[in-house]
Design a protein around this ligand. Structure first.
Ligand code: EPU
Length: 417
């Protein structure tokens, strides 16, 4: 079994360069097959989630060339066939293939997608979008047969601004006849990245990044070149690392606006930080003030940063609260933080953090991706050794995490035990 072992309490100094966004890449890679010719995507992180999607592409017959951070995808020899369950359940984003195969072939058969176990995560809003555009959906337990004689533009009003459902609706609507309007659309930067990519292929999408997106369907999409935006969750994770252990730790190659809600909460705590055009430099600060955080869709406080930020809240003097409004089961990191010395109580979808507490390393488990990130941060701060088991989820989302942290002074390694 592989574990991440961290000898904590080491100052972090130097620069961490942020990779391309996981959640944008995992939509851009499936979207590539909508083109009728070769597509190049740059700044794709080398993480197991992107590996899993490349595997699916190759299974479907696409030609995929990976050269460090770029992927060249040629979809011309693609075949529409069922993706084996063991491939599609490796990650949530496999369901973007439902949309692109439906758009391209008007028929798709697929299993329910995988992803971190942080809540029920139904796909009803995605299916609502497909149905509105003219598809019929037959659900057989966790298997879906989706078919359309033709796909026609329509108004899709989402019940909640779901990132996945918004992207899936866009992916189908670009090839549907006529105009589609997505109301109550999610506004995350990854959606803008996907829309720009599709527009580069010849799609006609306006309003991405706002609550209402308009799409005029087109018949053909051609290959193009695109670049993945910097990962705002990786950015936030390392900014928090800087606030815990930084000695002028610079987080570089970022879009500060994408982590505005985190930065403003950290300023409220009193963290010593300097925000540049494409970087943030942050240092460990004493006497942090407690704050209240509520997770929201973008531009609100990102749910993906709530587990990482919990470590910082243990260092604020007094009572902080954190309410999780997106997922019903995203506090699995909390018992482990308490084992390390934190004082956190869970009350339904809210946690109360009583700080400041010293943390001491112990054996913990990465139950999901961001819980793992939280425990890495806790390990960097804690005295002694923290051993994190089940590291697969962490490697799904953080490119070269060991190398990046080692380069700035952390003592962290992957060990076989
Ligand atoms: N929801 C439904 N029905 C749906 C879709 C969503 O009830 O059909 C609910 C979900 O259960 C959840 C909420 O709506 O409570 C938001 O879900 P959303 O669809 O926005 O999430 P997602 O598209 O499945 C993406 C990211 C997540 C991130 C969320 C929110 C990807 C591959 N995943 O998930 O990332 O938490 O948006 O920003 O893009 C992560 O990176 O650790 C991660 C979980």
């Amino acid at each position: 079994m592989k574990v991440l072992q961290i000898n904590g309490a080491k100052p972090l100094e130097g620069t961490i360069r942020i990779s391309g966004s996981k959640n944008a890449s995992v939509a851009l890679i499936p979207a590539a097959i909508l083109a009728d010719s070769e597509v190049t995507i740059c700044n794709v992180p080398e993480i197991t989630d992107t590996d899993a999607l490349e595997e699916i592409l190759m299974y479907l017959g696409a030609t995929v060339k990976r050269a460090s951070e770029s992927i060249v995808i040629d979809p011309t020899s693609l075949v529409n066939k069922e993706i084996p369950e063991e491939m599609s359940n490796k990650l949530r984003a496999s369901y973007y293939f439902m949309a692109v195969l439906l758009a391209k072939y008007k028929h798709v058969e697929m299993y329910f997608p995988g992803g971190c176990s942080i809540g029920a995560r139904p796909i009803d809003q995605t299916l609502k979008g497909f149905r509105a555009l003219g598809a019929t959906v037959e659900e057989k337990e966790n298997y879906y047969v989706i078919d359309a004689k033709e796909l026609n533009g329509a108004t899709i009003e989402l019940d909640m601004p779901s990132v996945g459902a918004t992207i899936n609706a866009m992916l189908v609507a670009v090839k549907a006849k006529g105009e589609t309007i997505i109301k109550n659309a999610a506004r995350e930067p990854e959606i803008i990245n996907v829309a720009s990519f599709l527009n580069g292929m010849g799609a006609k999408i306006t309003g991405a990044g706002e609550s209402e997106i308009k799409i005029e369907g087109v018949e053909k999409l051609e290959g193009c070149y695109t670049e993945v935006i910097p990962d705002r969750i990786e950015t936030g994770t390392y900014i928090i690392a800087g606030a815990l252990m930084g000695k002028k730790l610079k987080i570089d190659n970022i879009i500060p606006e994408h982590v505005e809600s985190l930065i403003s909460k950290m300023q409220e705590m009193g963290v010593d930080m300097e925000v540049g055009v494409d970087s943030v430099t942050v240092s460990k600060t004493e006497n942090l003030k407690p704050v209240e955080i509520v997770t929201k869709g973008y531009p609100g406080f990102a749910t993906d940063l709530q587990q990482p930020v919990t470590v910082l809240l243990t260092q604020c003097k007094g009572n902080s609260t954190l309410e999780e409004t997106i997922y019903e089961n995203r506090f699995k990191n909390v018992p482990y933080l308490n084992n390390m010395g934190a004082s956190i109580e869970i009350e339904n979808r809210k946690i109360h953090i009583n700080g400041k507490t010293e943390l001491t390393g112990c054996e913990v488990e990465a139950t999901d991706l961001r819980a793992g990130a939280c425990l890495v941060l806790a390990g960097l701060l804690a005295s002694g050794t923290t051993t994190i088991s089940n590291i697969g989820p962490v490697l799904r989302g953080y490119e070269n995490i060991v190398e990046k942290l080692t380069d700035v002074g952390a003592s962290i390694e992957i060990k076989e035990v």
